[in-house]
Ligand binder design. Structure first.
Ligand SMILES: [Fe+2]
Ligand SMILES: [Fe+2]
Length: 279
């Protein structure tokens, strides 16, 4: 069984110039947001220069999940309505979709979109300030898998081979065993490298171990619970169909009673039917 050195893998993350277009675009956006007097039009125009990306951002921004009554016609309008961090996240999501599709990872995208929808529903229910942000962290929570299984086929194929030998271990267990890292760790490093806010970074990094979150505690709990619900509802397939253990503290924070759970599952399931429009 091949094992990989975690430090070597972390070094690889730093050199991830090959995660298409998104680091460059997002870094430019991040730099602009740090500047005083930057206008939303300026930020919009950076994204709009990449027309394929802009079209995808707008498609997501106009998706029924956000439920805005009027159409969002430009990226700068999306920035005003959704906020910088969400648009930044959407640029990542749009690019991640391309990679997943190119790599034939439609099932991972379906799963991720399912988690985005469910996390957003839970956030609205809990009256969280920026529920759209939960949509983005749901969409990105397994982003580390794109790196692990598409960008690093040498590592990913070893993990898959070991996993398919038929033990009861989850894909996550095999990742940790062979690399000392998981897709969640890699996602967290990517979130760092892309200067994502902690409200996106912690849910990505800790979605399999929510008690480790320090600041975005509720957001991380929501993504964790949404991930498990979506696996239970068999929406998409993130690589294995084992349902990971539910964190009791996270479940209590989300605070769904039986009726709340039924309502949430009903709503999420009906929204899942629109997922194919985005594939
Ligand atoms: Fe995961
Ligand atoms: Fe997941």
């Amino acid at each position: 069984m091949t094992r990989f050195d975690p430090t070597d893998l972390r070094n690889r993350i730093e050199k991830l110039g090959d995660l298409p277009t998104l680091p460059h675009v997002v870094q430019r956006i991040a730099a602009m947001i740090g500047r005083p007097n930057v206008s939303t039009e300026e930020i919009g125009s950076i994204i709009e220069k990449d027309q394929v990306l802009a079209a995808k951002v707008l498609r997501l921004a106009n998706s029924p999940f956000y439920g805005f009554p009027s159409r969002i016609g430009s990226v700068s309008h999306a920035v005003i309505v959704l906020g910088f961090n969400v648009v930044k996240g959407l640029t990542l999501c749009a690019s991640a979709l391309s990679i997943m599709k190119d790599a034939g990872m439609d099932q991972l995208w379906r799963h991720s979109l399912g988690v985005a929808i469910t996390a957003n529903l839970l956030a609205i229910r809990l009256e969280i300030k920026n529920p759209e942000e939960l949509f983005v962290s749901g969409l990105l929570h397994d982003i580390g898998k794109v790196v692990l299984y598409v960008k690093w086929p040498d590592v990913g194929n070893c993990i898959k081979d070991e996993f398919t030998t038929g033990s009861a271990r989850s894909l996550l267990d095999v990742e940790q065993e062979l690399t000392g890292l998981s897709h969640a760790d890699i996602g967290g490093s990517l979130a760092d490298a892309w200067h994502l806010p902690i409200t996106l970074r912690e849910p990505i990094l800790y979605h399999h171990n929510p008690p480790l979150a320090k600041e975005a505690v509720l957001q991380t709990a929501i993504v964790h619970v949404a991930d498990i619900l979506v696996k239970g509802l068999a929406c998409g397939n993130p690589g294995d169909d084992l349902i990971p253990p539910l964190s009791k503290p996270a479940w209590e924070l989300v605070g769904l009673d039986e009726q709340g759970l039924v309502e949430c599952i009903d709503k999420a399931s009906s929204e899942f039917t629109t997922i194919d429009d985005y594939l």
